[in-house]
Design a protein around this ligand. Sequence first.
Ligand code: AHM
Ligand code: MG
Length: 329
Amino acid sequence: MNRIVTLDEFITHRQKDFPYASGELTGLLHDIGLAAKIVNREVNKAGLVNILGKAGTDNASGDEVQKLDIYANEKLLESLRNSGECCGVASEEMEDFFPIQSVEGKQSNYVVICDPLDGSSNIDVNVSLGTIFGIYRRKSHPGGICELEDFLQKGSELVAAGYVLYGTSTLLVFTTGKGVNGFTLDPSIGEFCLSHPNIRIAERGSQYSINQGYYKRFDEKVKRFIDHYSNARMSLRYIGSMVADVHRILLKGGIFLYPGTEDRPEGKLRLLYECNPLGYLMEQAGGKAIHCTTLEPVTAIQPTALHQRVSIAIGSKGMVEEFEQFMKS
Ligand code: AHM
Ligand code: MG
């Protein structure tokens, strides 16, 4: 029988692979795993307690905030604050970044960006949700308070990125730039256990994922691409939770698109909190992620604002390149 490898064992054994291996990044991944377990516990009992529903406020991007979003944001902040391994957090749920004071004289070199609960419009209907995270090495001087420039880094500068999928089982998938690995939460022992080692995305798949309800508002070239796939009898799958949609594509091959529309030229998804971490992870798994009109890799875009939105096509290399050909034609 194969021995179980827990997340903590895995990251400790791989510590030497991390740039500047000092234990900080290992500690941060541990903190994120811990927060994920706490959020998972609440997500799973969301139907049982009075935690469902909207909180009555809007988040920094103007979307209606659900109570569980706030809870997930708080738990991530708490977990990252306690260990002092990170000097600041930027979250989709907060207008500005949140500086963290150093703990016991530690000089933290990392900042974390996150979407604490992605796909939150699905909370009330018991559909999969996710947490997305990314870790950057700070640009500002260690010891001082973190600055905006620490967060406005390109996706290609991420040192680690990943997501937690709260689905039929709870899965944590991440990369530190050396392959992509997935860990399933075993609720009986409360540990994430290595279940999907070295994930590689197929060159092509038979599914595409897009909100086709916006078809009339898409650019003509995007419409032609959709028509092409529809004529080729590809299957359309769209959950409306980016983590779940991208996870399916990562495992089965395919393409996920959130292009701009007439009324929203850059679409809805955020560069920092959603597109960069998932784009970086997809590249690490052998896939691609590009901006739908400039066609540059999303991870090459220089962010100019914390809550910046970008259009995205992400998934199997062969299919993203096919999309590129349609956009160039
Ligand atoms: P959220 O971060 O506010 O939950 O919004 C992001 C979500 C993504 O998970 C998903 O891909 C997208 O919104 C769905 O949007 P739409 O309903 O426009 O298709
Ligand atoms: Mg969100």
